[in-house]
Write a protein that binds this ligand. Sequence first.
Ligand SMILES: [Zn+2]
Length: 315
Amino acid sequence: MNIVFNFRKQGSVRRKRIGIGAVLAAAALAVAGCSSSGAAGDGGVSVVASTNVWADVVEQVAGSLSGRTVHVTSFIDDPAADPHSYEANVRNQLTIKRADLVIENGGGYDDFMTTMRKASGTKATVLDAVQLAGVKKIDGELNEHVWYDFPSVRKIADRIADVLAGKDAADAKTFHANARRFGDRLEQLMAAEESIKAAHAGTGVAITEPVPLYLLQACGLVNRTPAAFSEAVEEGNDVSARVLQQTTDLFSRHQVALLAYNAQTSGAETTAVRAVAETNHVPVVPVTETLPPGENYLSWMSGNVAAVQQALAKE
Ligand SMILES: [Zn+2]
């Protein structure tokens, strides 16, 4: 598996969304002189998703119509950058303004989409993945990485098919057939998770961030990472020496069977934890937030499930 590792140092800047106000002010000026309204000029359906993950799910539903009657773009696709700190630009807002369908992840993942959408005055249909997934907070925390939750992804793909069908009635049958086929493939992945669960339910695992947590939980695995560790990493905060010790103890005392490692947002602490896992021969499963180059949603997630299965086989 080709993974781009990003050992950029984490700091307090990770979560800051710099200059959004200035960007939007400039965008408002740029858009003011533009007469283009909602629909795509060629009669096709133009779709914009915040991340390349949701864009690919649209591609799956559009199938052979992608690039013909359905035009899909996304903003966040850099495998070496942290999506949580994406900085939106003027061009993004113009794309949103001209779209027929806007797909946001929601749950605080891509707030810039909502801000820009409102500022753009777009007439696009809006889908919010977290809202459609209907996931709930656990211990006051919402895991917004719902694209690792296959039942949610199936729901969202079905909804995308409905919206595309509503905007392009002539191709409605194709969209629904494609969504059904995509759903069948997701069922196979869920079956793979079930078989992992049958063999390994209750096994402890560690994470650097909650990114793949829905997948791990569907496999019956139990996250033993101290919440203070993964929360600090996710927020870009420092990890105390005590919490770091509690985390590395998981590996030296062999309380976990694998470390799911967010390769896209690594920093000093996660690199240190990874090293301790390796020293203690605990398998490391690299995961990413966005779709890696050369993959589609299904190949990517099949790889993730297979990597978990392989790691557990070494238990
Ligand atoms: Zn994340």
